[in-house]
Design a protein around this ligand. Structure first.
Ligand code: GKR
Ligand code: MG
Length: 446
């Protein structure tokens, strides 16, 4: 008789990595980003790993889960998750606003920390059964390779700060160099896309907007479309535009735009879901979101009002099985599934690939910030994006193994930081005195 391994140890290791001075509606990314890594060991000697958003509240939540996991057979992973939910509930204490206005301090309420426990246990269970995670979850494997999009950002001049941003960390190719340099022009964005395409082979692109006046950002979309006429191109101003502006810009430049991601958000007493449905009526443009449908309660009105066509159901917001339940519903209703991302290491990249490989239907290429972090891998056998795709490895579980030395170095970096959360206003204030987040004003429009 085969004996199912039992959990012997649960470790929560906060880590940090380096980032570029990427601009969004929330401000500027700091030179560091933080994440929490979970490592669950079992008595067969396997380690199950997971990565989730950083910050002390999420770390504390993960620590509180330990008694529900220790000593349990790994095959009980569903009961373990149920027990955690029953006894501790979600970290989610938000009042329903979520990230409808990309107030980045609300991100901690949208992230469900127990998704990391689900991932680490599935990694162990996959190793026990000798199966990749995508064969175990949802409706099972739907594809052997997963398409990712090239996630482009405007970048501020980090030399205008005295913060320790990386500058010459990678001169192996154009992408390595360009990803650390100021980029605020249309030509700069096209050059960024070309460099990313050369290294990773992307066939689709997303430009993070909410930085310059909408007209400028749409000109960048038009230029991207001219350079890559076959690519699906998407712009995401995180709801910064008014409904009227979003409609005008789409009517003027919309041909270049395959779909719009959160082009407008809450205004004049209307919720983001209501405003997006007006936008769709006026433009007929497909809409993607990671802001107005981040949980089941929000999904119902969003689909009911036909506010969105593409739901970027990040497994860290919905849980792994939750995200795949969303994928099944969207597929049944001829809508589209995708995943949102924040800065992350290679463990999240592997998770996105496994979940997307199991998502039924015609899914949209997956978001990833990893190209901005590439070179800082924490694992051996890390998965790589080639020709725009990640091929699911034959190895079981996530298909990667933690490298303890690299993990220790990322933890050491974290320990040196005074601040563990995310505050994009801080770096921004080096560029504009007293800069404050305003959900309706692009970052550099002050
Ligand atoms: O990395 O700052 C960022 C992004 O703007 C992120 O916070 C968003 O949540 O990528 C996300 C998005 O698609 O809205
Ligand atoms: Mg978005």
């Amino acid at each position: 008789m085969t004996i199912v391994p039992k959990v012997t140890d649960v470790r929560i290791i906060p880590v940090a990595g380096y980032d570029s001075m990427l601009l969004t509606l929330s401000g500027a990314h700091y030179p560091y980003f933080t994440r929490n890594i979970v490592i669950i060991s079992d008595d067969s000697g396997n380690k199950g790993i997971a990565e989730i958003h950083g910050g002390d509240p999420i770390k504390e939540q993960l620590e509180a889960y330990k008694p529900f996991i220790l000593g349990r057979p790994i095959s009980e992973y569903r009961s373990i998750l149920n027990d955690i939910k029953k006894h501790l509930g979600y970290l989610n204490k938000n009042k329903g606003q979520g990230i409808q206005e990309l107030d980045i301090s609300n991100l901690q309420y949208v992230v469900h920390a127990e998704a990391a426990i689900e991932c680490a246990l599935l990694d162990l269970y996959g190793k026990f059964l000798n199966l990749p995670i995508c064969d175990l979850i949802g409706e099972g494997r739907q594809r052997d390779k997963v398409e990712f999009l090239g996630y482009l950002f405007y970048i501020a001049d980090s030399k205008k700060t005295n913060l320790p941003y990386l500058t010459n960390d990678d001169d192996s190719d154009e992408w390595g160099k360009i990803r650390r340099k100021e980029t605020l022009s249309v030509q700069g964005i096209v050059a960024q896309a070309k460099a990313a395409q050369k290294r990773y082979g992307f066939k689709c692109f997303k430009l993070k907007g909410g930085v310059l006046p909408g007209e400028e950002e749409m000109k960048a979309v038009v230029a991207l479309h001219e350079e890559f006429p076959k690519a699906r191109i998407n712009l995401d101003p995180n709801g910064a535009w008014s409904l009227n502006e979003a409609i005008q810009l789409t009517r003027k430049y919309g041909e270049a735009l395959t779909y719009a991601e959160d082009p407008c958000g809450p205004e004049n007493g209307f919720s983001g879901r209501e405003v997006l449905s007006y936008y769709k009526n006026a433009t007929n443009k497909p809409v993607a979101t990671n802001m107005v449908a981040t949980d089941w309660k929000q999904l119902y009105p969003a689909l009911n009002m036909k506010s969105v066509d593409i739901v970027l159901a990040d497994p860290h917001f919905w849980g792994i099985e939750g995200s795949l339940r969303v994928a099944s519903i969207l597929n049944d209703w001829n809508l589209t599934w995708g995943s949102h991302s924040n800065n992350h290491f290679d463990i999240t990249l592997a998770l996105y690939a496994q979940v997307a490989a199991a998502a039924p239907g015609n899914i949209t290429p997956i978001d990833t910030h990893f190209i901005w972090q590439d070179g800082q891998q924490l694992c051996d056998n890390a998965l790589a994006i080639k020709d725009g795709y990640i091929t699911i490895p034959k190895r079981p579980g996530l298909g990667i193994e933690i490298n303890e030395e690299k993990l220790a170095a990322a933890h050491e970096l974290y320990e040196k930081l005074e601040f563990h959360g995310r505050d994009d206003a801080k770096a921004m204030q080096y560029l504009i005195d007293d800069w404050k987040f305003d959900p309706k004003k692009p970052t550099l429009v002050r």
